[in-house]
Design a binder for this molecule. Structure first.
Ligand code: ZN
Length: 214
């Protein structure tokens, strides 16, 4: 049965896709690792500069003009893109190590929390305030090299403004994606009901049928 997606998806050459299911850009960033809980299937979706720019445009961080400018910048300076992607991946993993325990009702390691706070403060020193009240920060996104800091500022907003009680990990055993449950009754359990939810329903259906035929 073909999977139907309620949201736009970013397709990859291996047949996989990314979907902005996190309800927050910082969580969509954490979800750029696919099948995180299965060592045999785990996939890195931000391997290089071009992948980072394509993803940032997909999640709405870059408007079309910036996407074009950054793509041109990568042609001129591929090394800058490679370094930016490396910084983003490193910060993403620190963020994941802090958020994942929170999503399952546990406490993160103090060293990971300290590393995250250090990274956020570093990013803030290179950012500028864009509004007075409420105060918003941005790098201005003038270059690919601003993307790591811009994403750190998104992580800052997540930690500052969102309710940790709404943070969830997809119930699929292999998926590992995190999201904010914004449903009224707080009952969302799948990253995407079109994907993990569907697969789980199909598995249960199959198990029921095989049990009934025994
Ligand atoms: Zn999932």
């Amino acid at each position: 049965m073909p999977v139907t997606h309620p949201r736009p998806v970013l397709r990859f050459d291996d047949g996989g896709w990314a979907e902005a299911v996190g309800n927050h850009p910082a969580l969509d960033l954490v979800n750029t690792v696919a099948w995180r809980l299965d060592p045999d299937r785990i996939v890195e979706r931000l391997p290089d500069g071009p992948a980072l720019v394509t993803w940032a445009a997909f999640v709405g961080l870059l408007d079309p003009a910036r996407h074009d400018a950054f793509t041109y910048e990568l042609v001129e300076d591929p090394e800058a893109g490679r370094r930016a992607a490396e910084r983003v991946r490193s910060a993403r993993e620190t963020l994941y190590r802090v958020l994942q325990p929170l999503a399952v009702g546990a406490e993160p390691d103090a060293a990971d929390v300290a590393a995250l706070h250090g990274g956020l403060l570093d990013a803030l020193t290179r950012a500028g305030a864009t509004t007075l009240m409420p105060l918003e920060w941005s790098t201005g996104l003038r270059s690919v090299t601003d993307l790591p800091d811009e994403l750190a500022l998104a992580a800052w907003r997540l930690l500052e403004r969102e309710d940790r009680g709404r943070l969830r990990q997809c119930q699929d055993g292999d998926c590992g994606w995190l999201f904010l449950d914004r449903s009224r009754n707080g009952s969302r359990v799948w990253c995407s009901s079109a994907d993990c939810g569907n697969r789980s329903r199909a598995r249960r259906h199959y198990q029921r049928r095989t049990a009934a035929s025994r």
